[in-house]
Design a binder for this molecule. Structure first.
Ligand code: HEC
Length: 448
């Protein structure tokens, strides 16, 4: 109702200004019902097709008008509440510019909603944008860019997902087979087969190796009972994401005798499918070493005893992580389970000043998004900064994902237990390098 009233009001203002200025074509669209062919299809191509196309992870294709029309009501519902595309950052808090932002703009949401409200018309088929060509999924995506297939391919053991089943998490371990240290410049992860794409929801691949540099060991690890104690490299695959290419001058170091620990999230698709996951690693040529090392840290509350979530309550848990060298925060991924509600990451600077970096306000266990900061905003933090991760868990009946609000919940690996950490990718710098980076960014900002 309110929306309509605004529309009418706007129209009155518009007609009177038309009388004064003559042309008003840019405004006319506000009163027209958007059509699928002209207005909605380009949005679906850009923001939905990665998942909503045949043989991908989503339950239906949104490529053509015929495929999309039956879903109009559900589309309005999911889009207007920002549940689709899955992207759970609170844009009103801290930094919200991310390289891989797949969310809709307010204008795009408005177009989709007005299209549905206006009866979801097709419009003129001649207005349809050319169909998107998706990369050949049989090929390694980065192969062209790096002049050949990956230097190292690591495969997980296969998994069989029944036709009907609860979601499954598959955690095998694979040896990398490396006999000497190598610097990684790009990584891609993918399901082994085309059919595998229907069930593979999300992949996390951690690199476990013996770090000699204490800086790279997890200061929060509680020795034996912490399954995440010694984590290094991290790669992650979610639908719509094809590869990770390091920023210039930085790379991930893989050590001999290292191992990949997989964590693959499978969803049933209505048919039984057996598949595995493959990791393609592109190395820097031998002798060409990048200057800076990117590492993955686990920040937040970790280990047994770190969580205490009462029945029928909302719990807040805090964890801290000291940056022992100057650093740039490249990306972060909140990790909680079914009761996860929100997570904030914050930097407490050596001066005592505090800065909220980002806040995921609407966590959803189904979607393990990695938020990758754009180059011009990736936080630069001096040595001695304390990173603070705050996690909220909703153990009430109001949380629809909650299997049982009447039980106490603590830390653990099962999905009915909880976790409260963020995976944070960090590049470390010397103090001089850090000063240069800060200066370069300041002068770039001044020139804008
Ligand atoms: C990263 C993958 C991905 C992207 C991008 C994505 N979706 Fe989805 N969508 C899914 C998956 C998987 C489901 C089913 C599971 C769920 O509901 O979370 C789904 C469910 C939905 C549903 C609910 C279907 C039902 O059963 O009622 C709608 C509607 C929807 N998506 C619309 C969209 C629209 C519109 C866009 C783009 C503006 C979009 N999605 C972008 C993966 C995606």
């Amino acid at each position: 109702m309110l929306g309509k009233f605004h529309g009418a009001l706007f129209f009155v203002v518009l007609t009177s200004s038309l009388a004064v200025f003559g042309a008003g074509t840019t405004f006319a669209a506000e009163d027209e019902v958007p059509t699928f062919s002209k207005d909605v299809a380009p949005i679906f191509q850009a923001k939905c097709e990665a998942c909503h196309r045949p043989n991908s992870i989503a339950p239906m294709s949104l490529v053509t008008y015929q495929e999309s029309r039956p879903w109009a009501r559900s589309i309005k519902d999911r889009v207007s509440t920002r549940q689709m595309p899955p992207w759970h950052i609170d844009r009103t808090v801290g930094i919200s510019d991310f390289k891989n932002d797949r969310s809709l703009t307010d204008t795009e949401i408005d177009i989709v909603v007005r299209w549905v409200d206006g009866g979801a018309p097709r419009g003129n088929p001649a207005d349809m944008p050319a169909a998107l060509e998706w990369p050949d999924q049989a090929k390694w995506y980065l192969a062209d860019r790096f002049g050949g297939p990956p230097d190292l391919i690591i495969e997980s053991d296969p998994f069989t997902m029944p036709a009907e089943s609860n979601d499954a998490w598959w955690k095998p371990i694979s040896e990398t087979g490396l006999t000497e240290p190598r610097w990684v410049r790009a990584i891609e992860v993918r399901p082994g087969t085309e059919a595998g794409r229907k069930i593979t929801h999300h992949v996390i691949a951690r690199l476990e190796q013996d770090e000699t540099d204490p800086l790279l060991q997890n200061p929060n690890a509680t020795a034996d009972n912490d399954p995440l104690a010694n984590s290094g490299l991290f790669m992650e695959w979610a639908v719509g994401k094809e590869g990770r290419v390091m920023r210039p001058d930085s790379g991930v170091l893989m050590l001999p005798d290292s191992r990949i620990i997989w964590d693959v999230h499978y969803s049933a698709s209505g048919e039984e499918i057996t598949d595995n996951v493959r990791l393609g690693v592109y190395f820097y040529p031998k002798g060409e070493e990048p200057k800076n090392r990117q590492v993955l840290h686990l920040m937040g509350a970790t280990g047994g005893g770190s969580l205490d979530i009462e029945p029928n309550s909302i719990a807040v848990t805090e964890g801290y992580f000291p940056l022992k060298r100057a650093a740039r925060i490249e990306s972060f991924q909140p990790h909680m389970h079914l009761r996860g509600k929100a997570m904030a990451i914050e930097a407490i600077l050596p001066t005592g000043r505090r800065e909220i970096l980002s806040h995921v306000g609407d966590f959803n266990f189904n979607w393990h998004n990695t938020y990758q900061y754009t180059d011009n905003v990736a936080p630069l933090l001096p040595k001695g900064t304390l990173m603070k991760v705050t996690a909220w868990h909703d153990n009430t009946a109001a949380n629809r994902a909650n299997p049982d609000p009447n039980v106490w919940v603590g830390y653990g690996d099962r999905t009915v237990d909880e976790m409260a950490h963020a995976w944070v990718n960090v590049t470390y710098f010397t103090d001089e390098e850090y000063d240069e980076l800060v200066e370069a960014r300041e002068s770039a900002d001044n020139n804008n």
